[in-house]
Design a protein around this ligand. Structure first.
Ligand code: SF4
Length: 389
């Protein structure tokens, strides 16, 4: 069995640093996806440094996508040489591991307007982020792992709020150029104070993506995914029932109620964990079992708590999404906390058991750069844990 999924966990736990050889080569090479900080910024090097890649593909028997998060550690490094190309090296590996870099669809490269409103996430999801602000920050209650406010202030070349036409045109252009360029569209964003109005706006963007895909005859091939705060009026969720091939999620972030309150103080004060769970049940009934999702962040609470939550969600027909905590500049938590490889492995092994038990669907279809669900859905966390940390 390939060790790619375990190497991914090691890279998520430790981050990966870029050697000067890689930086020089990547800066002078066109065509690969460069990091674009739409809503988060996980690279702690000098901000004037050339943009790194967003993700790597560990290819081979079971290929996986992993984020390039540079926390300044040197245990795992991305380097380059003439005879090898880009390679991951570490004293934990017997030899360098060749990796692939990802390429943007042509429309994203050639059309600045499409690049202003969308991003290729994980090599196969066309991602839209709107609104690029969240009212929790204005109230000092932003989620403590979230770097949206500082990231939006630092990189202002992206659209702040998207329209139906912008999303529809971007999806249409990307798939017209290459009908196999993407396998999902992601709509995600911050929040406005009027959660009902905010959710209705998100619904319009979901319709925009879905309409463009229907026009291109790609409804069955490309799914549309929404993550948002739930509306206060749960009937508004029913609007998702009209949309084919849709997945949607309301994120819990942490399962333990005290950790939820500490990690997501705005969600705790303004909506509440119990109410999010009630909204998730409504969502499941609207979009169908296991097409409703919720993120739990591995590393922000004990592994058994994350797994307890994932198990409870799965038993209710809600697919848990397990993301490894990534330390973003501008977030309140930053590098003050880092999950270890051992921690992530424990979560991954437990998640594997849940995937073996329930028909959990991964939210990201192979492109979840910080997530471990796709790997678990393909049985990549079976067996003993390799010693990578
Ligand atoms: S709800 Fe939390 S994670 Fe989402 S944008 Fe607001 S502060 Fe960030």
């Amino acid at each position: 069995m390939s060790q790619n999924a375990w190497i991914k966990l090691a890279l998520l736990a430790n981050g990966i640093s870029l050697t000067p050889e890689f930086v020089d080569w990547f800066r002078d090479t066109d065509g690969f996806v460069q990091r674009r900080d739409f809503y988060n910024s996980p690279n702690w090097g000098p901000t004037a440094a050339p943009a790194p890649p967003q993700e790597l593909r560990l290819s081979g028997e079971s290929s996986v996508i992993v984020a390039v998060n540079d926390y300044g550690q040197t245990r795992w490094r991305l380097t380059w040489a003439e005879d090898t190309g880009p390679v991951v090296v570490s004293e934990m590996l017997p030899e360098g591991r060749a990796v692939e870099l990802l390429k943007n669809p042509g429309a994203l490269n050639s059309n600045p307007e499409i690049a202003r409103v969308s991003n290729l996430y994980g090599g196969s999801a066309l991602a839209f982020f709107s609104p690029r602000a969240c009212y929790f920050f204005a109230e000092g209650t932003g989620c403590r792992f979230c770097s949206l406010e500082g990231t939006a202030r630092e990189s202002n070349e992206y659209a702040g709020r998207l329209t139906y036409d912008e999303v529809r045109n971007a999806v249409a252009s990307v798939v017209a150029d290459d009908s196999k360029a993407i396998n999902q569209v992601m709509i995600v964003g911050g929040n406005e104070r009027d959660l009902d109005r905010g959710f209705r706006n998100q619904l319009k963007l979901v319709h925009a993506a879905s309409d463009a895909l229907a026009e291109a005859g790609l409804t069955d091939d490309v799914s549309v995914h929404l993550v948002a705060m739930p509306p206060r009026d749960l009937q508004i969720i029913d609007g998702l029932g009209d949309i084919p091939n849709v997945h949607a999620g309301f994120d819990l972030e942490a399962w333990n109620p005290e950790r939820f309150a500490a990690v997501a103080p705005g969600k705790h004060a303004d909506y509440g964990q119990r109410a999010i769970l009630t909204a998730l049940e409504r969502l499941r009934d609207v979009v169908g079992p296991y097409r409703a999702h919720s993120i739990l962040i591995a590393g922000l609470e004990p592994a058994e708590s994350t797994l307890d939550g994932a198990g409870k969600l799965a038993a209710e027909g809600i697919s848990p999404i397990i993301n490894a905590y990534h330390s973003d500049r501008h977030s309140a938590l930053g590098l003050s906390i880092r999950p270890t490889y051992r921690h992530l492995s424990e979560v991954a092994s437990g998640l594997q058991e849940l995937h073996d038990t329930y028909p959990i669907q991964p939210y990201w279809k192979g492109c979840g750069r910080n997530a471990m669900d796709f790997e678990a859905s393909h049985g990549m966390f079976h067996g003993p844990v390799p010693q990578f940390g």
